[in-house]
Design a protein around this ligand. Sequence first.
Ligand SMILES: [Zn+2]
Ligand SMILES: [Zn+2]
Length: 341
Amino acid sequence: MLAFVKYGTQPFEAELRDIPRPEPEENDVLLSVAGCGVCGSDLHAYRAAAGYEWVKPPVTLGHEFAGTIVGTGGAVRHFKEGDRVAVVGIQGCGHCATCRAGDTNMCLDRKVIGLSMDGGMAAYAVVDAAYLVPIPDSVDLAMGALVEPISVAAHAMSKTVIRPGDRVVVSGPGPIGLFCGLIATLSGARVVMLGAGADAETRLPLARQLGFDVVNVASDPLNAALNTAFSGAAPDLWVEASGSPQAFTTAIEKVRRGGCIVIVGMYAQSFEWMPTMAVRAGLSLHFSYASVSCDYHFALNLIAEGLIDTAPFTNFFPLAEADAAFKAAIAGQTIKPVLVP
Ligand SMILES: [Zn+2]
Ligand SMILES: [Zn+2]
């Protein structure tokens, strides 16, 4: 079968390969993949970025995928052939204190499908049946690839309570930032989306299309834009989804006293900031990493109920053109490429 395989530890050592179709073990299912999204972490692994040395090639990339079950191991009880499912990407050990507390995404022994074991950028994938989420018939199966990134946004937004009328800033208009903004809007908040540089090409225009107030911090004065959007009031909540040190420190300065910051961006460098101001302002800082099963169910409901339309986010590429999809994602020409076998 065709698969997009990271075969080496050097940058761009990934290619389409013809590999044997995997066999499900006792607790696994075999999925016929309908669609697999290209994630920022796939790009990092593809580029062999710092912090991704633990990815051990050869490995079929892809953790954002959905498909139809076409085979089951002998011990699988709750799923059968023909079932439509999305895959929970991060798989905790299920037994340690962190997993027992429900934080399977932070288990020290976690496995990440498509990075620490073979994933969904292939015609078929084998997945542990404990990490499947049923997809209703009303949801397009290839769009099931979007459940994972929406679940990551849902996890971040579950860190705080949003009330109708709250003023929310999101820095970083990638898929996660945009989905965080949509969830805040659904909760009744007024949302301003901040971007810079390459965001001007595709991401900020989409943010505008989705109905957000949009600020390009490279060219628009931020204070004036926030004053206009929020009638002079400071934001109640700031979601930092860009990984930019400057966005982080701006959030600390701008959020209202007693306000909240949710940090979901990944930072490529360390930086200095002075916490005293945040202490005196009584700010709440919440860090959020990936997602757990219940966030997938929440995300699926948003799609199934028509509350989030995934179509404007998605560009479909044949799996055979995986290379082009990765290059388009790196160039910022597409929000969320989805590979279709
Ligand atoms: Zn992802
Ligand atoms: Zn664990």
